[in-house]
Design a protein around this ligand. Structure first.
Ligand SMILES: [Zn+2]
Length: 191
């Protein structure tokens, strides 16, 4: 029986196994340009649900984008260092059992104040130029912490240029769960 705490998220991203040529396994088929979102207050924070259906593929599995949300500070650490903020794009796939793909971007921001949730922003503008990403199997970082999540975390941080979004992150982003033990799991760096 496996330890209940051994497949939890987030984790400290360190000493990955580098896999050259593997970043092509992720295909983000998000709408281009500014996108509209329905902003919904859930128990763990504000969720941005896309108005237009969107997908992402990891390998040969296709997932539907369910929501985007933000954490401050970030949830994943890098080489023992906490990060300023983090975007989570939560995708789901229902086939036999629910399988979740969370695409994360480590964010930097400078906000000139605090503000409410924007109802539109450009998700693609929050992606780094370099597409290398960490990958591991883990869990949701909020209860029930179910361990059915494939995590993709882009290695290169992104500076938030959208000031409306930066003000929201500064004032209203979700809190972060502390890093969990990676245990015997593999951490890959797909380049
Ligand atoms: Zn999250």
């Amino acid at each position: 029986m496996r330890n209940a705490s051994s497949w939890q998220s987030p984790v400290n991203l360190r000493a990955p196994i580098v896999v050259p040529g593997a970043s092509g396994s992720l295909d983000l088929r998000w709408e281009r340009g500014s996108q509209r979102f329905d902003v919904v207050a859930e128990p763990h924070g504000q969720r941005f649900r896309p108005v237009v259906a969107q997908e992402a593929a990891l390998g040969d599995e296709v997932f539907r984008l369910a929501n985007v949300h933000f954490h401050r500070p970030g949830e994943h650490w890098v080489d023992g260092e906490p990060q300023q903020a983090e975007l989570h794009a939560v995708h789901v796939r229902a086939e036999r059992a629910l399988h979740v793909l969370i695409v994360s971007v480590l964010l930097r921001y400078e906000a000139d104040g605090e503000g409410g949730a924007p109802t539109s922003f450009d998700l693609g503008a929050l992606l780094p130029g370099r597409r290398a990403f960490y990958r591991y199997e883990g869990s949701l970082s909020t209860p029930d912490h179910s361990e059915n999540v494939s995590h993709v975390v882009f290695a290169e941080p992104v500076q938030v240029a959208d000031q409306h979004l930066a003000r929201f992150i500064a004032g209203r982003a979700d809190r972060a769960r502390s890093p969990q033990d990676l245990g015997r799991r593999f951490l890959l760096l797909c380049e």
